[in-house]
Ligand binder design. Structure first.
Ligand code: NAD
Length: 495
């Protein structure tokens, strides 16, 4: 199918796949980018390997002295200008994003594009907050500290919200005076490549480099590169461990934003007759059904108090069933498509295994086999009669599949919620402030949403505990901790 029929505008220069030292660079190999809503190839882009990664890291190293010396306000102004350019091209970029990710244009991709511009704008403004401290060392002594950029940053991002995550990585690295080599995910590089086109004449050559390629090639080369001083990785826990091992070899700084299996706890007082529909909608939002459940923060383990179980589950099923699954570029679609055949097959296998184990599907079904479908479109699925110890309750399905478990005692439900190796997000539904604060304090997670299942805003320090990650990003405080190191200077004053 042609780009015209898809009504998307492809990147032009960006199809080279690699932007190095201020110029486009075409590797010998290419990578096909598939539209998961239609199962056809949108286009091919350059496929970087170790050679391109070497060139990009060398360019970033050369650009570092001048970039870090630039006043923070000037670095911030360039990020703000990139936000302006992205906003100017909002619809074009959002359509590209929907086509490559399968994330529905109306419910997801437009919002992600606006959010990505928002994060660039935020860091454009707060770049000047790279402040140091003065230490009361004693009489005749003066001691101060500065926040120094770490150096060359290598950032690796996944496909599920590539533009938002990419703009976060660009913003944090460049605002703090580091230079960057960014590796987008092989499944969804196009919106990032279009953004790179918009940025091509903006930053000095070598400050912002992009290498598109597969994980085992470009990703592994970047993670292992001795010239990369800091790695910022967002993706699966499994690959995160491998990246952290590479970083440990040379003591490179590391930030890891990994997977999750977030609990969603519903108290009876959030389910009065006048409130139950709102709570159910919040649960559906938390589950990220509209993003096919392909969100690290998906509230995919639902714990509902037994007293309100029947009415809550009926309302959740009604809300989930009302969602329209369709082509990501169709304005009517609430839900688009799972990213690729492999992921679709994994989601299918999880649901099939649970059903075979005796679980009940309150709504949804085991998805059809990959060779029987024209699109990787899933159906929102709510599964009960499972235990918190089942594989489907413990592992990240990364599909629109929620397990629901009834509870009676607060201590029991908190124990179940925390009985996981993940600790990214949690959701609590209650109208009682004491309950909310008590439960929030007890939950082991980096981020807790109360009475809804929304997203995060720039300025909120975001990240997980346990196997969900290391470090915080998305705020100036997080960026200063993750992308700078403190230098202290102590002076004896003239006596
Ligand atoms: P993934 O780990 O398979 O891939 C992520 C990135 O790592 C891709 O760019 C990939 O090419 C690269 N990669 C793969 N193998 C590599 C290797 N050996 N060395 C270096 N790089 C390698 O993850 P995914 O399937 O793209 O994304 C889904 C995962 O990301 C889920 O687990 C989700 O929870 C997580 N995620 C986390 C956050 C967060 O903020 N915590 C946000 C979004 C997604």
């Amino acid at each position: 199918m042609t780009a015209e029929l898809l009504s998307i505008t492809l990147p032009t220069d960006g199809l080279a796949g690699c932007f190095i030292d201020g110029a486009w660079h075409t590797p010998a190999a290419t990578l096909a980018v598939e539209n998961p809503s239609r199962r056809d190839i949108i286009t091919e882009v350059g496929r970087a390997g170790a050679t391109e990664v070497d060139l990009a890291v060398a360019a970033a190293r050369r650009a570092l002295p001048a970039w870090r010396a630039l006043p923070a306000s000037e670095r911030g102004a360039l990020l703000a200008e990139l936000a302006r350019r992205l906003t100017e091209n909002h619809e074009e970029v959002a359509r590209l994003l929907a086509a490559e990710t399968g994330n529905a244009i109306r419910t997801q991709s437009r919002g992600e594009t606006a959010g990505a511009a928002g994060v660039l704008r935020y860091f454009g403004g707060v770049a000047v907050e790279q402040k140091g401290e003065v230490l009361p060392f004693g009489p005749d002594l003066f001691s101060y500290s500065t926040r120094e950029p770490i150096g060359v940053v290598g950032s690796i991002i996944p496909w599920n919200s590539p533009l938002q995550l990419g703009c976060g990585k660009i913003s944090m690295a460049l605002a703090t005076g580091n230079t960057l080599v960014l590796k987008p995910a092989e499944d969804a590089p196009l919106a990032i490549l279009r953004l790179t086109e918009l940025a091509a004449d903006l930053f000095p050559p070598g400050v912002f480099n992009v290498v598109t390629g597969v994980g085992e090639e470009a990703g592994a080369a970047l993670a292992a590169h001795p010239g990369v001083d800091k790695l910022s990785f967002t993706g699966s826990s499994e690959v995160g461990h491998a990246v952290a091992r590479q970083a440990a070899e040379r003591l490179a700084h590391t930030t890891l934003e990994l997977g999750g299996k977030s609990p969603c706890i519903v108290f009876p007082d959030a389910c009065t007759d006048d409130r139950v529909a709102t709570t159910a909608q919040g649960i559906v939002n938390a589950m990220r059904f509209a993003r096919q459940g392909q969100s690290c923060t998906a509230g995919s383990r639902l714990f509902v108090h037994r007293d309100v179980w029947d009415k809550v589950m009926a309302a959740v099923v009604e809300s989930a069933d009302a969602m329209i699954v369709g082509d990501a570029l169709d304005e009517r679609s609430d839900i688009g498509a799972i990213i690729n055949a492999e992921r679709y097959g994994e989601v299918r296998a999880y649901v099939a295994e649970a059903e075979a184990g005796g679980a009940t599907l309150l709504t949804g079904a085991v998805p059809a086999a990959v060779d029987e479908i024209d699109a990787y479109q899933p159906v929102p699925t709510v599964i009960t009669d499972v235990d918190n110890s089942w594989r489907i309750s413990r592992e990240e399905v990364f599909g629109p599949v929620m397990v629901a478990i009834p509870w009676e005692g607060e201590a029991d439900v908190i124990a179940m919620a925390n009985d996981t190796h993940y600790g990214l997000a949690a959701f609590v539904f209650s109208q009682d402030v004491d309950t909310v604060m008590r439960v929030s304090a007890a939950l082991e997670a980096g981020w807790i949403w109360v009475n809804d299942g929304g997203g995060q805003i720039p300025g909120m320090s975001y990240g997980g505990i346990k196997q969900s990650g290391l470090g915080r990003e998305y705020s100036i405080e997080g960026a200063l901790d993750a992308y700078t190191s403190r230098k202290s200077v102590t002076m004896r004053l003239r006596r």
